[in-house]
Design a binder for this molecule. Sequence first.
Ligand code: ADP
Length: 483
Amino acid sequence: MPVSVLSVASEAVPLVKTGGLADVAGALPSAVAGHGIEMTTLLPGYPAVGKAMGKGKLVHKWDSLLGEPARLLAGKIGKHKLLVLDCPTLFAREGGPYGDVKGKDWADNWRRFAAFGRAAADIASGAVKGRKFDLVHAHDWQAAMTLAYLRFASTQPELPAVMTIHNMAFQGYYDAGVFPRLGLPQEAWSLDGVESYGGVGFLKAGMQMADVITTVSPTYAREIRQKDFGMGLEGLVSSRGDRVRGILNGIDEAVWDPGEDPDIAASYTRRTLGKRSANKRAVEKEFGLERGDGPIFTVISRLTWQKGMDVLLEVLDHLAGIGGRLALLGSGDAGIEAELHEAAARHPGRIGIRIGYDEALSHQLQAGADAILVPSRFEPCGLTQLYGLAYGCVPVVARTGGLADTVIDANPASLAAGVATGIQFDGVHYHALCAAIDRANALYYQPKQWRTLQQNGMKADFSWAASGRAYAELYRELTGKTA
Ligand code: ADP
């Protein structure tokens, strides 16, 4: 029996993306389709979404969605069903999904995403004629209030619900003063409801009410039971016991295939790795690096504390000192950007940086650099190390979250067994990262070992097939609908 799922997300490729959440929400409908799951994705009507979907078909109207007139438009995202919440006062704004053109969060984000949740709950409860759902799947705090409205403000029987956490660092926590304006009954103001540390916790509410909480790797699912990772919600995570599960993200192999990638200088496969060198030359040129045989490290990342970019800054002199080169693509923290410019000026030809977001260049870097550094302090899943594996760009990663689950450290045992795929290190600090870079450097000069690392990574299967099956099984478990 098919299962009809409403996936509620604030971003999804190819329409709108700020991070890994968009990759997952965009890939999920296809990943589960083969398992008899029919997924409809609900997105807010940002200008980019409206433009991409064209006119859309009007399927529902609200006179007052938290006080705002709104419409629901139906269209397609790829081959799959899309619903867009067209509410111009809340979503038709210049800037990003969550903030203005300067990156400052909108002051009324609580209201924007409460309204989004309210609409999702109405849709899930059957407000739209001809559309019935068996289960609702909410992603991150922006979609989490869906579950609160389903529990406290719907007259329909509650649907089974999955809450996926893509990053515990973003919780949608607001002052208690917003509660009366959410349109929820007083009983929702409780520990079993939306109340959290004296305020309103959007993600907390979703986690409280979901039948199952998933996060994007098994290790992160365990880590968020601890204080450093749970960020205040570790007690709630622990109390939900085996209702908290980890399902690894996959990668879109149609987009990330070095054998057929229009964005790279030369295509190659596991068997034709030699052709990869043309990509290395392209990276040297693009980043103004001196030509050489030594390793090129890359970083493709948000420039933030979470990603360990402050520690990366500390090791740049060491990296250049041992003959390494770095090609970095990223944007984020202004202070980190400024220090990167300084490091590049100190090491001309050795450190090249590009500040900004450039999807095509990120492909060229994965194809041309020798190793990708991912020194994250926490990493729910991480995608760049997976792209690195697929492209023979050996990942050098902190042993945390999805990084721990996807990279096999090149220790003597795994090297002897011929299964290593990269390098892991413990603790994101100067000495640990320097030592990891040194290990990578030493392995690089053992060409046979290095090629085996590359080829093992390229062989590894991180497609959506396994993850899609895991989500489909979860939906069936919760709806009781068998295949
Ligand atoms: P997060 O979602 O925490 O930022 P992930 O590793 O899960 O981290 O996903 C980041 C995604 O954004 C990857 O697809 C990565 O390639 C991409 N990305 C990050 N920074 C840039 C950039 N400056 N230019 C192009 N792509 C980038």
